[in-house]
Design a protein around this ligand. Structure first.
Ligand code: GPQ
Length: 807
């Protein structure tokens, strides 16, 4: 399609849809028109991709995830369709700014943070690598809450993202399935003595899929993200006549649990989990049966991926369908189940490892509980006498009245992976050590990655242009080619061009900050960014204490020779996470204090941007000079904002945690500021129990001064919160070693400050960060999953038959 044709089609579609001309239409109507042109353009490829997979008996992977966090899809679909430039220019000629239409689209925020965003980066990469892979999740009516600050406190508002409809989804009524919840089950022998389940009571939920096309990058592949929505089956209407009954039913899948890596242990959450697991597994089986292949070979057609433990019941549901519905023997079914399933662990934090009480599970999915009991019984039976008794006790699925979901996922699959080298090593040596002894071959690492298309091409057009002009365009398809940039680290023209792009991005972020927070910041200052969920282990507090220190130092000596710095935070706290919300309050109060203080001559600014989400990340990341990755070593499984920020040329201040270790290896010690305890040292402290925060506080006058500022009135309006945080450090012994790492952190900050003063050197460091980011592409990650775990292959024939690049 060329520009002229696009304009013609656009005007025609607008007339068909709204009986309107461009000049009469609202931005929303224009957005709807553009979206509808796009979906009709890619839907043919979508159908053909689907058909090709079927006709080639292609093995497909199914990524089961309770969260997906795609953000906005308009531009990313345009880019992947190869339409972006053409549409931007075409609309411009019609007097329409594409970016005004982008504003209309709500962020699709069916996820909390890293875990959900990773799932969406994977969806982009799987399609872009031409791999046959699908997403499977929940279509929440309300996404992650909207964050507002009122009196500097976080307030949560509902995210009604579907209010104006959703352009990209297709409701597939014909593919609905029923999910049985609750009731009683008992086993009854049939005429051959085989036990079959008989269900009594409970209710049937109808799961209706909404499919969204996952458009590959200029390769004519369109995969499917299938999100399940709950409806009342017509035959059950009678039971839901009253408003309350209806509401409580509809509530079941309407809200995303807003807690990041902290299981809520609620019945509704368990119901959500079983709902999307059962619907997804049933639809996979139904599809497979339509292929008329022997059931024994299902592992050659389907790979089911369990993204963290939330979908771990896939193991039992798959068993249920094979054994109860397909009359397969337990042994054959078990062998197939393990071959089909694989599992990713995303955390070592104990509170995030899901356990469900037996009672609750019996209540929600009684047959699944029975099957898990049998899996557990056979697991013990097989190991007794072979393995150490205590080890069996520690690894079995059911213990002390609880069902351990990670154990189910590991025992019921052929692969368990962590998300960064260090994390995968810790799984083997500490967290899942017992399982590693049982199944050493099942453990592997898959370091996370990010969708380069969204995080450079779309988010940072200014830098992308410089890259094109410097190293050619191949990096857009193959991110390893970013390395070519290393040839230019002594080239002042390139260094300046990259710096100019950064400056442009900082100017537009500064404008955003001015219009959204009313704070004036200079793009000449260092933009220092920490963006991620608010968690004690991520240590936003460490960042804050350093800011307080700088502020107090500047108050004492306004001539202090430091580079002007703008500290930028973006973070949501789980609504029930009291401590995290106190940190937000205190950061906001410190911001009010500092930003209004004329005596420090604007050398220090502190900005906490409201409602951090994918779209805001796309604005912040290209404008960052410094990336804060300062979690306590061993606690952050991987991190992914660390990768996005380095890619966009930010210099990282980091502990040796998660993927920071691999970023350090990629750029070398001279191009990153490492500080703090190592994971080994942290474990030493745990072992010897010899960390005493109060000693540090009493000994170190700087720490004293800074920590006292929380309670001595230096910062207004934080009487309660300041005390709470003070106590967490001093009275409750500083669980995440903030004070232990403080001095080292300040030194790292100082070294960054100095490096920035040498402009040329800083630019070189920045260039090296971008140049070495290629390995963190999620294209690489999903290819490794495809090769090592899922054993799926791209449909090459497909490309040859249909040709590439143009829609
Ligand atoms: N992560 Cl268990 C989440 O975002 N939510 C969760 O519930 C769990 C983990 C994150 C993890 O904290 C990050 O270190 C990872 O980079 C991210 O998952 C993706 O693996």
């Amino acid at each position: 399609m060329d520009k002229k044709e696009f304009k013609k089609k656009f005007k025609r579609r607008l007339a068909e849809k709204f009986a309107m001309e461009v000049t009469d239409a609202s931005s929303n109507e224009l957005y709807q028109t553009l979206g509808s042109l796009m979906t009709s353009a890619y839907s043919q490829d979508w159908r053909e991709t689907w058909k090709d997979y079927r006709e080639n008996n292609q093995k497909q992977s199914y990524y089961f995830s309770i969260e997906f966090l795609p953000g906005k899809m308009l531009k990313s679909n345009l880019l992947n369709m190869g339409w972006l430039e053409l549409v931007e220019e075409g609309l411009d000629e019609l007097g329409i700014q594409l970016n005004d239409l982008v504003e209309i689209e709500p962020d699709m925020a069916l996820g909390n943070g890293g875990l959900g965003r990773l799932a969406s980066c994977f969806m982009d990469s799987i399609a872009s690598c031409g791999l046959p892979g699908n997403g499977n999740g929940i279509r929440y009516e309300y996404g992650l809450f909207k964050q507002r600050f009122v009196d500097n406190y976080q307030v949560e508002l509902p995210d009604e993202w579907l209010q104006k409809g959703n352009l990209w989804e297709v409701r597939k009524e014909s593919k609905a399935v029923d999910v049985q919840i609750g009731g009683n089950v008992y086993l009854k022998p049939d005429q051959y003595g085989k036990l079959s389940p008989v269900y009594e009571g409970g209710s049937k939920l109808r799961a209706v899929p909404y499919d969204t096309g996952m458009v590959g990058y200029q390769n004519k592949i369109v995969n499917t993200m299938r999100l399940w929505s709950l409806e009342i089956p017509p035959e059950e209407e009678d039971r839901y006549r009253s408003i309350e009954a209806r509401r409580s039913f509809e509530d079941l899948t309407s809200v995303l649990y807003p807690d990041d890596s902290n299981e809520a242990g609620r019945k509704m959450r368990l119901t959500q989990e079983y709902f999307f697991v059962s619907a997804g597994v049933q639809s996979i089986l139904r599809y497979f049966k339509s292929l008329n292949q022997p059931m024994d070979e299902i592992n050659q057609y389907a790979a089911i991926h369990i993204n963290d433990t939330h979908p771990a019941m896939c193991v039992a549901e798959f068993m249920r369908l094979l054994v109860d519905e397909e009359q397969m023997s337990w042994e054959r079914a078990w062998d197939l189940t393990r071959k089909v399933m694989s599992y990713t662990n995303h955390t070592i934090m104990a509170e995030a490892l899901e356990k469900w009480s037996i009672d609750m599970m019996k209540n929600v999915c009684p047959r699944i509980y029975q099957i898990i009991e049998e899996i557990d019984r056979r697991f013990v039976e097989e190991l007794i006498g072979v393995q150490d008794f205590d080890l069996i006790q520690r690894t079995r699925i059911i213990q002390d009245g609880q069902v351990h979901m990670a154990h189910l996922a590991i025992i019921g699959s052929h692969s368990t992976n962590g998300v960064a080298k260090l994390h995968s090593d810790l799984l083997k040596s500490v967290v899942l050590h017992d399982f590693y002894l049982l199944y050493p071959d099942r453990f592997n690492n898959k370091t996370n990655g990010i969708a380069m298309r969204r995080w450079v091409q779309l988010a940072n057009p200014a830098m992308s242009k410089v890259l094109d002009a410097t190293i050619g365009k191949t990096w857009r398809k193959n991110s390893d080619d970013l390395r070519l940039l290393l040839n230019y680290e002594e080239d002042d023209q390139v260094l300046n061009a990259l710096a100019e792009a950064k400056y442009q991005n900082k100017r537009s972020l500064a404008a955003y900050i001015k219009s959204h927070c009313g704070i004036e910041v200079s793009p000449e200052a260092i933009f220092d960014v920490q963006i991620k969920r608010l968690h004690a282990y991520k240590r936003q507090l460490l960042n804050l204490l350093h800011i307080i220190k700088l502020y107090l130092d500047l108050k004492e000596n306004p001539e202090l020779p430091i580079e002007p710095r703008v500290f930028i935070f973006g973070a949501k706290a789980a609504p029930s996470y009291h401590y995290a919300k106190s940190i937000i309050k205190v950061i906001n109060e410190v911001a009010s204090l500092i930003n209004a203080d004329e005596t420090i001559k604007g050398k220090l600014k502190l900005v906490f941007l409201e409602n951090y989400n994918v779209s805001l990340a796309e604005r912040i990341i290209p404008a960052a000079d410094v990336s804060e990755q300062i979690s306590l070593a061993s606690k952050e499984a991987s991190g992914t904002s660390n990768m996005k920020l380095m890619l966009n040329g930010a210099v990282t201040i980091a502990t040796l945690d998660g993927a920071n270790v691999e970023i350090r290896d990629a750029v070398g010690d001279d191009n990153i500021a490492i500080f703090g305890l190592t994971e080994g040292e942290v474990y030493q402290y745990y072992e010897k129990r010899n960390y005493h925060a109060i000693d540090l506080y009493e000994r170190d006058t700087t720490i004293q001064k800074v920590v006292n500022a929380l309670i001595d009135g230096t910062i207004p309006n934080i009487t309660k919160e300041g005390q709470e945080i003070f106590d967490s450090l001093i009275k409750y012994n500083d669980e995440f070693f903030v004070l232990r790492d403080f001095e080292d952190y300040c030194a790292a900050q100082m070294s960054v400050n100095q490096a920035y003063q040498d402009t040329r050197r800083w630019r070189q460091i920045s260039l090296r960060n971008t140049a070495n980011a290629g390995r963190f592409s999620s294209d690489r990650t999903v290819q490794q999953y495809a090769d090592d775990i899922w054993q799926i292959e791209p449909l090459f024939a497909h490309n040859d038959n249909r040709g590439v690049t143009q829609h």
